[in-house]
Design a binder for this molecule. Structure first.
Ligand code: URA
Length: 439
């Protein structure tokens, strides 16, 4: 076990005992404020060992945190690092956070769109892990683009361009950085209090004026049922509002992938299509809907984002934003060395295309990582030819798989075995993309 010997500011004898606290939560008990503060601080400083925190996370996974414990837990995570301050900017700020999905490239057109409407968007984003993609991995497909900015660079870009998408600095909620990496490898991600505290600690520490949450529900999301997604949304909205950050959540469908592309460069290409006034209807619908909610939350609903998108102003901000971070918005995006087509086995109407299956296939093709230190292939992924509601004939292409390493095709194809359901006729009413708003 790690010891505190190196840290002279710590007491000789620790205030609490990790094993006793794990037992408390394992048996359904409730922590005091002092115990919560100690757990987060001691874990951040290596006093609580990784295996002990893994057990603690599993105890929380099964027994939860009471509302008071969760608030304290989140505040302790915020206090583990620095807080940013955007109050010197000449315009209001608003951020959007998605709980993660398949083909979810919305941040890419959304940040420049909202900036083009007069509100600054400091979008601190993450990388993909597992079957869900990460915004930074997508943007790194653009030649020259860099994810890491200093706080001063970020502020300057927000003032001059209006939007920045960058990696969160290592000083922001360091407790979450450690905790999230541990949860990812110990099957403890899908816990409402742990997800809520992870997301909200970063967002509150980021210091934005308002926050809009896109809480995904369905096979490709962490929350598989509407009940769980609703509980997560309410929990996060309460944490945000309680911390003085006006917070609104939209519950949105993630039973099927968003748009027609899954994979880093492929999704950048599709986002640019949206900014150019085209792109898939579902991506445009969600981008505009989230922009409306963000503008209202920031107190600037005098512009219609649909008009701004059509005017090309959001594209201008996109180009400035990419250039400001060293990228070339005119450079060709990488393309995969190999492709393979998956074809329909029968005639009919597509009644389902499973988000999780497509996400896992893209991941296996090289678009995502199995371990934190893995490299992603910029060009790997899946292009979707037949979406839910579409009519197909036997032998027609359903999907095109892209990768630089063709020995990945068999495992990707096996992930897609039951991805499509094709019926003689449309069996049920289409699932709405935007399910519910939670304030
Ligand atoms: N995104 C986060 O930042 N944290 C989680 O726990 C889940 C999704």
């Amino acid at each position: 076990m790690t010891t505190a010997a190196a840290d002279s500011s710590r007491p000789i004898v620790e205030q609490f005992d990790a094993v006793e606290l794990i037992r408390t939560k394992r048996d359904g008990g409730t922590f005091t404020d002092a115990e919560v503060d100690w757990i987060i601080d001691a874990y951040t400083h290596g006093i609580i060992a990784e295996e002990q925190m893994a057990a603690m996370n599993m105890a929380i996974f099964f027994n939860g945190l009471q509302p008071g414990e969760l608030l304290r837990w989140t505040n302790a995570m915020i206090a583990s690092g620095e807080r940013l301050d955007f109050s010197a900017l000449s315009r209001p700020t608003v951020d959007k956070h998605s709980t993660g999905g398949v083909g979810d490239k919305i941040t890419l057109p959304l940040a420049p769109l909202v900036a083009a409407c007069g509100v600054a968007v400091p979008q601190l984003s993450g990388r993909g892990l597992g079957h869900t993609g990460g915004t930074l991995d997508k943007l790194e497909a653009i030649p020259g683009w860099r994810a890491s900015l200093s706080n001063d660079e970020m502020l300057r870009q927000l003032e001059e361009v209006g939007a920045v998408i960058s990696a969160a600095g290592s000083g922001l909620a360091p407790a979450d950085r450690k905790l999230y990496a541990l949860r990812d490898v110990t099957a403890t991600v899908e816990s409402i209090p742990l997800i809520a505290s992870s997301i909200m600690s970063k967002k509150i520490a980021e210091g934005v004026g308002a926050l809009v949450l896109d809480v995904k529900v369905g096979s490709g999301a962490f929350m598989k049922t509407r009940g769980d997604a609703t509980r997560l949304a309410h929990t996060m909205v309460e944490l945000g509002t309680g911390a003085g950050v006006p917070t609104v959540a939209l519950l949105t469908d993630m039973s099927t992938p968003l748009g027609r592309t899954v994979g880093n460069a492929l999704e950048v290409g599709e986002s640019v299509e949206v900014l150019a006034g085209g792109g898939p209807a579902d991506v445009v619908e969600l981008t505009v809907a989230l922009a409306r909610v963000m503008l209202t939350a920031a107190g600037r609903d005098d512009q219609d984002p649909a008009d701004i998108l059509a005017s090309g102003k959001a594209m201008d901000v996109w180009r400035d934003m990419i250039r400001a971070q060293g990228g070339d918005p005119d450079a060709a995006l990488p393309t995969a060395k190999e492709t393979q087509v998956v074809r329909a086995e029968r005639d009919g109407v597509v009644t389902g295309l499973d988000a999780m299956a497509v996400g896992v296939a893209a991941w296996r093709l090289g678009a995502g990582r199995a371990r934190k230190e893995d490299h992603v292939q910029a060009a790997a992924g899946v292009v979707i030819h037949a979406k839910r509601g579409g009519r197909v004939r036997a032998g027609e292409p359903l999907l095109t798989l892209h990768t630089d390493t063709p020995d990945r095709f068999p495992r990707a194809v096996s992930a897609l075995q039951d991805a499509y359901t094709v019926a003689d006729a449309e069996a049920s009413a289409p699932v709405p993309l935007i399910i519910e708003r939670i304030d």
